[in-house]
Design a protein around this ligand. Structure first.
Ligand code: TRP
Ligand code: SF4
Length: 368
């Protein structure tokens, strides 16, 4: 069966391995050893695939100009799913890449139909979380799509001239005018920083969720067509899995009961974790006898994506669960304790940063 990735859909991708065969995304495995510093998200295959990441890494090693460009849709409050991308960016910055981050407020307005003021509010919240989590604001460029310069918007018009409707439909399926513009805007996000206006050519890596691969394919095609005219080259990409919501589906702000928001209070977090879908058995007796299934457990995912950075601890939990040595109630309480500690520390930093007066130093806030 053929798979079509929908960058605007709400589902989790069940079988990441299909993406290798169907779209030519390469598995990350061979490159893990080549990273300048190891990172648990690569080792655990949370970052699972790439396009030409090997080439990007060797440019980085050679000291050539490299950058990371990604974006996010400001369609709700920041949750743990977003934090995974922020951690990835923090890592890429720490190994020496320049990081630039788009707030896709134009996309959220046109495709998700959010009011302007909300997109700006959510965008600023996200930027503040990114800085609080450890992205260095002096070394990171943040921007809202709608506050970009004319050179960036000019690219969107130029791109529209060399793309046909048939190509768009082959990549996205049925597509609306709003989505066409959002895709070309995203292509401009990814490619604009190669222009002279933005410092000239650099090797641009785009870390994204696998659902965004259609945009990457489109952008690579566009780069090929503008190599001669504008000197654009193909971007590089890495793909991460999504931490699932506590119902086992994609974590999303549109289902607030199953997402953990970074500003949720302790009681709310506790309640959410206690109600999470686990791989546990119906009774304690059965679980002791037969063991649980961590590979299908949203609480185990919290440990794997965020709470246990040490592989030994994670492996121990895995085997304790499989062998029925730990029950879900205890396991959830431990997760809650660890998560609260992380979130409390984070929130203290966040509070001093989340202030438009402070953030104005680092991002142009669009007017509306
Ligand atoms: N479309 C992306 C999302 O829904 C957000 C986005 C906008 C983006 N511009 C980008 C992602 C550039 C990567 C690169 O999350
Ligand atoms: Fe999940 Fe923990 Fe229960 Fe195992 S013991 S199924 S890891 S909650």
């Amino acid at each position: 069966m053929s798979l079509r990735l929908d960058p605007w859909g709400h589902f989790a991708i069940e079988e990441y391995s299909k993406l290798f065969e169907q779209f030519g995304i390469s598995p990350i495995d061979a490159l893990i050893e080549k990273l300048p510093q190891e990172h648990y998200m690569f080792k655990r295959r949370i970052v699972f695939g790439h396009r030409d990441f090997d080439k990007w890494l060797s440019m980085l090693k050679k000291g050539e100009k490299v950058a990371v460009l990604t974006g996010f849709m400001p369609s709700g409050h920041t949750h743990l799913g977003h934090l995974i991308l922020i951690e990835e960016l923090r890592y890429l910055q720490s190994i020496g890449a320049h990081v630039k981050m788009a707030v896709a407020d134009a996309e959220a307005y046109a495709v998700r139909r959010l009011p302007r003021d909300k997109t700006i509010e959510y965008g600023l919240e996200y930027i503040a979380h990114a800085i609080a989590w450890g992205l260095d604001p002096e070394k990171t460029e943040f921007y809202f799509q709608t506050a970009q310069e004319k050179e960036y918007y000019r690219l969107i018009q130029m791109f529209s001239r060399k793309i046909t409707m048939a190509e768009m439909e082959a990549i996205y399926g049925e597509i609306s005018p709003a989505k066409i513009i959002a895709s070309l805007t995203q292509a401009s996000d990814i490619l604009h920083l190669q222009l002279d206006k933005y410092g000239g050519y650099k090797h641009v890596l785009v870390p994204v969720g696998a659902d965004q691969d259609p945009h990457i394919r489109l952008t690579r095609d566009i780069a090929d067509r503008f190599e001669h005219e504008l000197g654009l080259k193909r971007p590089f990409s890495i793909y991460h899995k999504f931490i699932r919501g506590l119902d086992g589906k994609k974590m999303s702000s549109s289902k607030p009961d199953y997402a953990i928001f970074l500003l949720d209070d302790e009681r709310t977090i506790r309640k959410k974790i206690m109600n999470a879908l686990t791989g546990g058995r119906p009774t304690a007796e059965e679980q002791r006898r037969l063991g649980g299934d961590p590979s299908n457990c949203t609480v185990y995912e919290l440990y794997m994506y965020l709470l246990y950075r040490n592989d030994k601890e994670l492996l121990e939990l895995y085997s304790d669960c499989r062998n029925g040595r730990i029950l879900c109630g205890q396991c959830k309480r431990n997760a809650y304790e660890l998560l609260i500690r992380v979130i409390k520390e984070h929130r203290e930093k966040f509070e001093s940063i989340y202030d438009p007066k402070y953030l104005k130093q680092y991002v142009v806030i669009p007017d509306f």
